[in-house]
Write a protein that binds this ligand. Structure first.
Ligand SMILES: [Ca+2]
Length: 239
């Protein structure tokens, strides 16, 4: 029976790994495979920064592989996963790459096509045309504008940063790094003489950000993070 080697790379940022169940299906020109659970015995799969390989044996010839379908199912708690890419070595020795570089949240599914650049007019295969259309429709739902008046866009349609798609939210690692840098700057002095002076300069940064008519969601998220971590320093700020 044909055997494929599937290699899965998980992101290296904080919280990128998952303990959820990950299933994979192959969609080829001659048929689709059953879904396979990617799991190695006595091994913690899909941890942060890991590159894990699995052998996927299918029942029949699949022909040229067009798409890879990934399904993520809950194991214990909600556990987002950042998938960097999947590579595939076919039974005929061909090597294919399927870039992702996206978060899969909750019990999500994702369909990936190989990483070769291709214009829409060059998609001759029906499943690839359908895939491109679905991706476009999904993005149109995720990235949309509120209207100031009919026909006049105002800002991105989100009340807070958590309403934004996971992939464009302010990165949690950068948020923590920002807070730690703030702590160092105010505790040890970076171009300032006292902690109080550092805090005053920090407040000035936020006041200048908040004076903008429309605050960028990332800046608002950041400000809230710092305010919650250092309530005394930000006691005069209102969000
Ligand atoms: Ca794991």
């Amino acid at each position: 029976m044909p055997s494929y080697t599937v290699t899965v790379a998980t992101g290296s940022q904080w919280f990128a790994g998952t303990d959820d169940y990950i299933y994979l299906s192959l969609v080829g020109s001659a048929g689709c495979s059953e879904k396979h659970l990617l799991d190695k015995p006595f091994y913690n799969d899909f941890e942060r920064g890991a590159v894990d390989s699995y052998e996927v044996i299918v029942d029949e010839e699949l022909g040229d592989i067009h798409l890879i379908k990934i399904e993520k199912r809950k194991y214990w708690l909600h556990d987002d996963w950042y998938l960097k890419y999947i590579t595939l070595k076919t039974p005929y020795g061909d090597y294919m790459e399927f870039p992702c570089y996206r978060w899969i949240s909750g019990e999500g599914e994702l369909v990936l096509r190989d990483g070769r650049a291709r214009l829409s007019r060059d998609d001759q295969i029906c499943v690839l045309k359908q895939h491109r259309r679905k991706e476009l429709e999904t993005r149109q739902k995720q990235y949309r504008w509120t209207e100031w008046n009919p026909g006049f866009p105002l800002s991105i349609d989100a009340k807070c940063h958590k309403d934004l798609p996971r992939d464009i939210q302010f990165d949690s690692e950068k948020g923590v790094d920002f807070v730690l840098n703030y702590s160092k700057a105010t505790s040890h002095g970076v171009g300032v003489h006292t902690k109080h002076e550092g805090e005053l300069r920090w407040k000035g940064l936020f006041y200048s950000q908040l004076s903008e008519e429309t605050l960028h969601p990332s800046a608002a998220a950041l400000a809230l993070q710092v305010a919650s971590a250092f309530p005394e320093a930000c006691s005069n700020l209102h969000f």
